[in-house]
Design a protein around this ligand. Structure first.
Ligand code: AMP
Length: 500
C-alpha cells in the first residue's frame, strides 16, 4: 500500500516522497485515514513507529483544507501538539515543517530553558500549529500570550511519558482552557490506569489503533552484558571505547549527577564526552546533540528522559552504564541503535547490585542476554549487593511515585529484592544477537513490518467494546505504576522551569 491511497493531498505526498518514504508504516496506514475523518483517536505506538507523520500529515491536510485567513488577519492557533520533552517538541515541529513545506501553514515550537520573547513574537505574527511542552505552554496561557480559543485539534504525544514526568496537572489545566469542540488525538506507548482515565475524560468515541510494542528487542541489535564490579564500571567503559576506537557512543546513566560525573571522568581519560539531561540549559543540550550527531563528540552520556525521542539513526553503540530501574526503559534505550536496518550493539555494564533489574529485563524481552566477562575486569564474586537507590548519587535517579511535578516529593519504589544476586560472570560470550523482537521500530528509510491491528477500520471513529476506550485491553499495555515501575519519574528539578 502506498501513500497515494491514503487520501493525502498532492503537496503532502510531494513532501513525503522527497523524504524518501514510499510505504506508510502500520501506524500511518491506520492513523492517517482516521484523523482525516475528523474523529478522536487513541493510538498505542512508540517512537520509531512513524507515529509523528501518522498524526502530522492528516493534521496538515485538515488545516490546509479550510479557507485561508483573510488578508491582514492574524492566524489563530488551530492545532496544538503537546510533548513531554523539549527535544521531542523540537523534532515534532521539524517534522511539521518538513511535511508541510509545500503548504502555507505556519508552525512554531515552544519549550522552557530558552527565552520566551521569541515565542511571543512568533505567536503575535500568527501560527496555525503550536508544538509545546506543557509547562511553557501554561506560562503562555497564564501570560495570555497565546490564544487557543480557535483550537481545532489537540495531540497528546507520548502521553504516558508526560504522566511519568508528572505533567498530569499541567495537562488538566491546559485542557480546562481549550474550546470543548475539537478533535483529540492521544498517543501513548503504554496504557496505565492513569492513561485510561485521561483517555476517558478526553476522547469521544475514539478510533483505536495499536501497533506492536517494542518490548521484545529489535532484531538488528546485538546485546551483551559485561559483568563488572560497581567501582570498575568507568574504567571498563574507557577500556572498551579506547580499545575498540568507538565513536558515537550513547551511554545511559540512571541519574543526572551520575551522567555529569561520568562525562567528566571520561573527559579526563581523554575521551570527548558531554552529559545531556534535564538540568542542562537548552543551549548546552542542543550543542551536545549537534556535536554528537556530526561525530565530533565521541560519547554522549544521557538520562532516560533526556534521550527519549532523540532520533539519531544508526547509532552504532548504546551502553547501559547503569541498568534502568524500569525494564521497559531498557528497550527504549537499546532501540536507539540498530535503526534503519543497520547493525547496532547494546552493552550493559552490570554489577552485583543490578542482578534483579537484569532479571526483570530478561523477563520482559523473554530471553537471556549473553554475558561476557572482560579480562582484567572480572567481578569479585564475594561482593555483596547494595541498594541501588540513593547511593549518594544526588537524587533524581529513583523511580519516583506519582504526583504533581509542582509538589514533587519523591517516593521511592524500586521493588527492592537485590538479595537474589548471584554471580553473573559466566564468561558466556556469545554474539548476543538480539532477535525474537517484534520490530516495532522504524528506521528512517527502511521500514520493517510491524504487527498492527486496529479497533476500528480507521474509517470512522467508533465506540470500542465497553464504555471505556479499553486501551489496556486492546493495547496490551502494562501499567507502569505497578511493581515499582514507577510513574512520576522526572528528569528535571522542580525549579519552576522544569520541563518548560
Ligand atoms: P517516529 O516514530 O515518528 O519518531 O519516526 C521514526 C522514524 O521513522 C523517523 O526517522 C521518520 O523519519 C521515519 N519514518 C516515518 N515514516 C516513515 C515511512 N513511511 N517510511 C520510512 N521511514 C519513515
Amino acid at each position: 500500500m502506498s501513500f497515494d491511497s491514503l487520501g493525502l493531498s498532492e503537496p503532502l505526498l510531494r513532501a513525503v516522497n522527497e523524504l524518501g518514504y514510499t510505504i506508510p508504516t502500520p501506524i500511518q496506514l491506520q492513523a492517517i485515514p482516521a484523523v482525516l475523518n475528523g474523529g478522536d483517536l487513541l493510538a498505542g505506538a512508540q517512537t520509531g513507529t512513524g507515529k509523528t507523520a501518522g498524526f502530522t500529515l492528516p493534521i496538515l491536510q485538515r488545516l490546509s483544507e479550510a479557507p485561508a485567513p483573510l488578508a491582514g488577519a492574524k492566524r489563530p492557533v488551530r492545532a496544538l501538539i503537546l510533548t513531554p520533552t523539549r527535544e521531542l517538541a523540537a523534532q515534532v515541529e521539524e517534522s511539521v515543517r518538513g511535511y508541510g513545506k509545500y503548504l502555507k501553514l505556519k508552525s512554531t515550537v515552544m519549550f522552557g530553558g530558552v527565552g520566551i520573547n521569541p515565542q511571543i513574537d512568533a505567536l503575535r505574527r500568527g501560527v496555525d500549529i503550536v508544538v509545546a511542552t506543557p509547562g511553557r505552554l501554561l506560562d503562555h496561557m497564564q501570560q495570555k500570550t497565546i490564544d487557543l480559543s480557535k483550537l481545532e485539534i489537540l495531540v497528546l504525544d507520548e502521553a504516558d511519558r508526560m504522566l511519568d514526568m508528572g505533567f498530569i496537572h499541567d495537562i488538566k489545566r491546559v485542557l480546562a482552557k481549550l474550546p470543548p469542540k475539537r478533535q483529540n488525538l492521544l498517543f501513548s506507548a503504554t496504557f496505565s490506569e492513569e492513561i485510561k482515565t485521561l483517555a476517558d475524560s478526553l476522547l469521544d468515541r475514539p478510533a483505536l489503533i495499536e501497533v506492536a510494542r517494542r518490548n521484545s528487542t529489535v532484531e538488528a541489535i546485538a546485546q551483551k552484558i559485561h559483568p563488572v564490579d560497581r567501582d570498575k564500571k568507568r574504567e571498563l567503559l574507557t577500556h572498551l571505547i579506547q580499545k575498540n576506537n568507538w565513536f558515537q557512543v550513547l551511554v545511559f546513566t540512571r541519574t543526572k549527577h551520575g551522567a555529569n560525573r561520568l562525562a567528566e571522568q571520561l573527559a579526563k581519560d581523554g575521551i570527548s564526552a558531554l552529559a545531556i539531561h534535564g538540568n542542562k540549559s537548552q543551549s548546552a543540550r542542543t550543542r551536545a546533540l549537534a556535536e554528537f550527531k556530526d561525530n565530533t563528540l565521541q560519547v554522549l552520556v544521557a538520562t532516560d528522559i533526556a534521550a527519549r525521542g532523540i532520533d539519531i539513526d544508526q547509532l552504532p553503540h548504546v551502553v547501559n552504564f547503569d541498568l534502568p530501574n524500569v525494564p521497559e526503559d531498557y528497550v527504549h534505550r537499546i532501540g536507539r541503535t540498530g535503526r534503519a536496518g543497520a547493525t547496532g550493539e547494546a552493552l550493559s555494564l552490570v554489577c552485583v547490585d543490578e542482578h534483579q533489574l537484569l532479571k526483570d529485563i530478561e523477563r520482559l524481552i523473554k530471553r537471556p542476554i549473553p554475558q561476557e566477562v572482560i579480562a582484567g575486569f572480572e567481578p569479585d564474586l564475594t561482593q555483596k549487593p547494595e541498594p541501588i537507590l540513593r547511593r549518594g548519587q544526588g537524587g533524581g535517579g529513583a523511580r519516583q511515585g506519582q504526583g504533581s511535578p509542582r509538589q514533587g516529593a519523591p517516593k521511592q519504589s524500586n521493588g527492592g529484592g537485590r538479595s537474589s544476586a548471584k554471580p553473573a560472570g559466566n564468561g558466556g560470550g556469545g554474539n548476543g544477537n538480539g532477535n525474537g523482537g517484534n520490530g516495532g521500530g522504524y528506521g528512517s528509510r527502511s521500514p520493517k513490518p510491524v504487527a498492527a491491528k486496529t479497533g476500528g477500520n480507521g474509517a470512522a471513529p467508533r465506540k470500542p467494546e465497553g464504555s471505556r476506550p479499553a486501551g489496556a485491553a486492546l493495547l496490551g499495555g502494562k501499567p507502569r505504576s505497578e511493581g515499582g515501575g514507577g510513574a512520576g519519574r522526572r528528569d528535571t528539578p522542580r525549579t519552576g522551569q522544569r520541563g518548560r
